[in-house]
Every structure is written in C-alpha cells, then in structure tokens.
Design a protein around this ligand. Structure first.
Ligand SMILES: [Zn+2]
Length: 412
C-alpha cells in the first residue's frame, strides 16, 4: 500500500537577525522551501545547465563545488579564506561532527555556522558513507546501523531519524538522508536489498524531517540519495521511490567507489534526466576536474570532494594545464606562479620554487598556500563553467579544457 507523503514543513517565515563573530549583521532572506533551482541557461550541445537556488544563508549559483570541511574546518583554511576564495557553500561531515564535538556542544554553540564562524550555506552528509567505510566496526539492521567510533571504540547507532536530529543540531542548510553505500563489487541481489532498505530509510527520514523543528530559526532542506550501484533498473527504481516522497533535491550516491570512470558517467547520464529539472542534482564525492566537467555536461549541479584539499597537503596542485607535483626537484629554480592563469593569493604572490622549498622543509605555510590554490582552482573552474554555459559554448570549451589538463607539468 502506498503511503501518501506527509505535508511539507514550509509556510510563513519571520525575519531573523544574527550577529556573526566578525560583527557583520546578517539578515536571512525569507524563502519558502521546497528548495527550487531556478535554471537560467541550458547548454544546446549537452545536458549542462546553469542556475541558482536560495538558502537562508545566501544564494548558491550552479554548477557549484563545495569544499569539504570534515570536522568544522576546511583543512588549512579559515572561514574568511573560504569567503575570499569565492566559496558559496561548504560541506560538513555528520559522522565526524557527531563524534566530536557532539550534538550537545553544537547546540550550545548555536549550530555549526556560529561554531566555525561561517555565515554562508552549509550542506551536511548523513554520515552513512563514513560508517559503511568502517567495515568491521559496524552492524546493520532494518532500524539503522550500529558502529564503533574509529577514535575510541565507543558504540553508537545511526538511524534514519537520529541522523536527521544530528543534522538539526548541526543546523546545516541542506541535510542528507541516511543511506548505505555498498562496495562497487557487491552482487545485484545485495545492491537491490540495500537500495530498497535505503529507500525505506529515506522515507522515514523525510517523515521525521517534516515533524521536527530547526532550532536556530533558519530553514533546512533535505535531499534524497539515489542508490543502486551500476544497475540501471535499480537506479531507476530508486529514483522513482525518492520522487514519490518528494525531496528538496536529489543526490546520486554510491559512485566513485571503485567502478570504471566510464561506468560512473553512464550511471549519471541515465539517472540525471529522470530527476525533476527544477531541483538541484548533487553527485556525491566526485571528483577530478575532468570528472566535474564531464558530469556537468550530463546535468549535475553540485559536487564535493576532498581531492583539492587532500592533494594540496600531499604536494599535488591542479592547474589549467594539468597537475604539478610540488616535490618535483625541477621546481627548485622555477620562479613562475603555480598557474599563470590563476587569480589566487598564492599565484599572485609566490613562486613554484618557494612553495616547493616550503614542502621540502615541512613548513605548514606550504600546505596553506597549496590548499588556497587548489580550492580556488576548483571554484574558478565552476565559475568558468557557469560562464560558458551562459554563453552557449560549454561543450566545445569543456573538450578543449580537458585536453589541456591531460598534460602533466612541468615538462622537463
Ligand atoms: Zn592559484
């Protein structure tokens, strides 16, 4: 028997004023969810689209990349740096924030925005991906998943409902439902059973979401997550079940977990057109600059990935002409910027030779400068993609850009 979806929790809003740590008064706009994506341009040669959606902490232009702030910080950056780099929305990880500092501290702090001094939009994942990565440390039931903290071994349980509660305590602008992300090589039967369970969790999450208040006076959207591995029928069924409930936006999960890149593109090409055109589509945990451009061409609006920040700390930076390894000895006497076409603080002020030196002697500043550049590179890539979509040139520009990035620089 089909259960009709519960009433949505939108309605009248009041204006709320907050003062943020840097004493800048912030006025929340009055917007009524469900969150809608206003499409401004669509590309003639692909499924790429440019648009904008509103949250109570500001508007987000799409396509967009969300820097990952796992534990209430984008590693090596301050919230002010994120603003300066042009970040419009950032991502927080529910699993990590739930363990430390925990829901009570987050509530006492007034939510994650205040806790970390970031007044822009925040999206939180549900923690499912991290819990299901724990392998030996978890046990799954219809109710949810039990797991042991990777920090101290304490036992915890995530359910469809309490993950919504934790994201309410965090106070993110966009929350995600709990889902299982099965390993890519799991059997069809495993993927089917897992997907169906995740869809039951999604329905329970939505019902709990509309029943519970946001403690901080702003709205929170809830996104469903399409699962089903690389099986077209399971992906289609998962999409159908989520849309019966009717979420504020839709993510495609369970990709970039070891399947070939072409397979990932095929799944995105298949799922994206099934989703509502006027709501955001978010591809979780993907990926390289090339992956982002290819998936924009397939109709994706939102991305997150640890790659720019993690690679930066490992001395690997992205440029418009390919990746640069900062530990490469050939950079010792190289006084060019990391990327002559980049407008970031690092590229405007420092040379490859200097940053290579900082990595060579393990100076923290090296990690900071490389992170600033990589995050700016990803954000600038999205800005340029939006411009090209608006100008009707996306497909040709994408092909040229990907070709240029195939190179590994510097050339000897
Ligand atoms: Zn730069």
């Amino acid at each position: 028997m089909m259960i009709s979806p519960p009433p949505r929790s939108n309605g009248s809003r009041t204006l709320i004023y907050h003062t943020f740590p840097h004493n800048c008064p912030k006025r929340f706009s009055v917007s009524s969810y469900p969150l809608k994506l206003a499409l401004t341009h669509t590309d003639a040669g692909s499924a790429a689209r440019a648009g904008i959606f509103e949250t109570d902490h500001g508007a987000v232009e799409t396509p967009i990349f969300m820097p990952v702030g796992t534990r209430a910080a984008v590693k090596a950056l301050r919230s002010r740096d994120l603003h300066d780099l042009g970040a419009q929305i950032i991502l927080g990880n529910t699993y990590h924030l739930f363990l430390r500092p925990g829901n009570e501290i987050l509530r006492n702090a007034g939510g994650l925005h205040r806790f970390m001094g970031w007044d822009g939009p925040i999206l939180t994942d549900s923690g499912g991906f991290q819990v299901f990565s724990l392998q030996e440390l978890r046990k799954m039931t219809e109710e949810g998943v039990e797991f042991q903290s990777h920090i101290d071994g304490t036992r915890h349980r995530f359910t469809a409902e309490n993950v919504v509660d934790t994201q309410r305590a965090i106070g993110s602008d966009i929350a995600m439902v709990l889902d299982e992300c099965p390993p890519a090589l799991s059997s069809y039967d495993y993927h089917r059973d897992s997907m169906e369970r995740s869809m039951r969790w999604a329905r329970r999450a939505w019902e709990h979401h509309v029943r519970t208040p946001m403690p901080y006076g702003h709205s929170q959207a809830l996104f469903g997550i399409v699962q089903g591995g690389t099986f077209a029928d399971l992906r289609a069924r998962s999409t159908e079940l989520l849309m019966e409930t009717g979420f504020d936006g839709y993510a495609i999960g369970g990709l970039a977990v070891g399947e070939p890149t072409e397979t990932m593109y095929d799944v995105v090409s298949m799922v994206a057109p099934l989703l509502p055109p006027d709501q955001p589509r978010y591809l979780m945990g993907v990926g390289t600059p090339q992956n982002l451009l290819e998936c924009i061409a397939r109709g994706i609006d939102m991305f997150d990935c640890v790659m720019p920040t993690r690679n930066a700390r490992n001395g690997s930076v992205f440029t418009w002409s390919g990746k640069v390894n900062l530990r490469n000895a050939s950079l010792r006497d190289d006084w060019d910027p990391l990327d002559a076409d980049c407008d970031c603080e690092t590229c405007r002020n420092y040379s490859r030779g200097y940053i290579r030196h900082l990595f060579n002697v393990d100076e923290i500043t090296g990690l900071v400068l490389a992170t600033i550049h990589n995050v700016r590179f990803y954000l600038a890539l999205m800005e340029r993609a939006r411009e090209e979509i608006r100008a009707g040139r996306y497909s040709g520009w994408m092909r040229e850009t990907i070709e240029r990035m195939q190179a590994e620089v510097p050339k000897s």
